[in-house]
Ligand binder design. Structure first.
Ligand code: NAD
Length: 503
């Protein structure tokens, strides 16, 4: 943990049946992305351990699925309190394993997760559906909303705590049990979350965490017939594999995949607001945010001023240690990801892009970290790789447009459809953009804020399914039609379609 007190981590990174269990697989390490040094050496879980966790979740399902919404609500509320008690620890561990500034972890990741828990505690008690009634003269029908069973969840490394919350909370609020596989490079806060749930009184086996690779533990979940639904957040490429594995056994799947959010600045926009919004919206979490602003489309009348404004603010960004209050931006998550991001920038430069680098790379004990300077790229065509592909780093491209039609067409010229923003003072433009941009979230004159009550999820190659909100509760439950005969007769009216008519 660069620049702060060392934290003693428990290297048993699985939570199976309410117990911390050490992995039985290969040696691995959690790396501090700020320095490149190991902060925890541990052993990965095996596929067999994932199966054991699924077995525990199956055992726990019978009892948990029969708790009342009120009981589940009370336990999830208690979890929200336990998470609140552990806020400082959660923020510092999240910061240690991701390198993100402490102000981001403690101001966004941790309170966001606690608010999610508080929301799902309330939402667990609100199950909506059609009215029971007589939809035929001879029957009374009613709808039951039931949990699905054992959920296998697979999460990425960018917001490990929030992803644990987004996956676990709606699943258990709806009466399911869960096995979560966090990313093996950032498993620590998911384990703290599971421990807090036990402290809150959530029964053993309801929440299990198995830390291993996608190939071994991920596949052990997606291909497991005892896993009734797979909920995946990660890249579109891996999402396709997960979907194929679920398709082979016709299992439910929920996919939250990549993004490439457009940021459209119309001619009448407040330029200062748009510049600030573009800097914050593209650099949030060092750009490792599926909804981050990545493609700015700016009316030609504002293009030069916008480009200069963003480049100036990028230049003032301070890259540094998480606990340094001057730090604006942390590193990327791994050396491999840093090289991946740098590759896009190098190719964009070679293709004629004008690259504006901001900030200065940290030195001294942070020299070994996975740093990437905030980067603005102008002068690329819409077809360029950096404009079309998800980079998932602190990189923003900027392209000018003449007409609103052209801007909206370029905004929609992407296979992804997770999030977007439009900047304008004109209500008609705002309404048109919110209607015509193909994305699961469209912000007007802002970019990034999310709320527990509102859904997060994609269109197109960004996946399907919603996280947060009552919509996610619905995703983690299934509806059953119960039809009851009202006649009490042996020969029902419709039997005439089978039996001969009485002569
Ligand atoms: P990734 O797809 O490489 O990995 C995600 C998870 O899948 C990890 O836990 C990984 O171990 C596991 N995995 C890898 N191969 C697997 C396989 N064959 N079977 C099962 N599991 C497998 O993604 P990442 O690099 O960890 O995260 C970055 C990506 O996540 C970006 O594309 C980003 O846009 C996306 N993301 C999307 C959202 C959203 O809500 N839509 C949120 C955060 C991140």
């Amino acid at each position: 943990m660069s620049g702060s007190q060392p934290h003693i981590f428990n290297p048993a990174l699985n939570y199976i049946g309410g117990r911390r269990v050490a992995g039985a697989g290969a040696a691995f390490a959690v790396i501090d992305p700020c320095s490149g040094a190991s902060i925890l050496d541990y052993q990965l879980a095996t596929g067999g351990q994932a199966e054991e966790a699924v077995h525990c979740a199956r055992q726990a399902f019978r009892q948990w699925s029969r708790t009342t919404p009120g009981e589940r609500s009370g336990l999830i509320q208690a979890l929200a309190h336990k998470l609140t008690d552990r806020s400082d620890e959660l923020a510092s561990v999240e910061s240690a394993q991701t390198g993100k500034p402490l102000k981001l972890a403690s101001g966004f990741d941790v309170p966001g997760t606690i608010d999610n828990a508080a929301f799902f505690a309330g939402a667990a008690r609100v199950l909506e559906g059609s009215a029971a009634g007589e939809y035929s003269p001879d029957h009374t029908s009613m709808i039951r909303r039931e949990p699905i069973g054992v959920i296998g969840s697979i999460a990425p490394w960018n917001y490990p705590l929030q992803m644990a919350g987004w996956k676990i909370l709606p699943a258990i609020a709806a009466g399911n049990t869960i096995v979560l596989k966090p990313s093996e490079i950032t498993p620590l806060t998911a384990l703290l979350f599971a421990e807090a749930a036990s402290e809150a009184g959530i029964p053993d086996g309801v929440i299990n965490v198995v830390t291993g690779t996608g190939l071994e533990v991920g596949n052990a979940l997606t291909g497991n017939r005892q896993v009734d639904m797979v909920s995946f957040t990660g890249s579109t490429a891996v999402g396709r594999q997960v979907m194929a594995s679920c398709a082979a056994r016709a299992a439910r799947v929920h996919l939250e995949l990549g993004g490439k959010a457009p940021f459209v600045v119309f001619a009448d926009a407040d330029l200062d607001a748009a510049v600030h919004g573009a800097v914050a919206g593209s650099l949030i979490n060092t750009g490792q945010d599926c909804t981050a602003a990545t493609r700015a489309y700016v009316h030609v009348s504002l293009l030069e001023a916008f480009t200069a404004g963003v480049a100036d603010l990028f230049a003032s960004i301070v890259l540094g240690a998480p606990d340094d209050s001057n730090t604006d931006l942390g590193p990327l998550s791994s050396a491999r990801h840093r090289d991946h991001v740098a590759g896009f920038v190098a190719r964009a430069r070679a293709d004629g892009g004008r690259v504006y680098d901001g900030g200065a790379l940290p030195s001294g004990e942070l020299a070994g970290g996975f740093w990437h300077r905030p980067t603005l790229i102008a002068g690329l065509p819409q077809s360029a790789e950096a404009v079309q592909s998800e980079i998932f780093g602190p990189v923003l491209t900027v392209i000018g447009f003449d007409t609103d039609d052209e801007a909206l067409a370029m905004a929609n010229d992407s296979p992804f459809g997770l999030a977007a923003s439009a900047w304008t003072g004109d209500v008609h433009r705002a309404l048109r953009a919110s209607r015509e941009i193909n994305a699961g979230t469209v912000w007007i004159n802002d970019h990034i804020p999310i709320f527990s009550e509102m859904p997060h999820g994609g269109f197109g190659a960004s996946g399907f399914g919603k996280d947060m909100s009552v919509y996610s509760l619905q995703e983690y439950s299934q509806i059953k039609h119960v039809a009851m005969d009202l006649t009490g007769t042996v020969e029902k009216d419709w039997h005439r379609t089978i039996f001969k008519s009485p002569s």
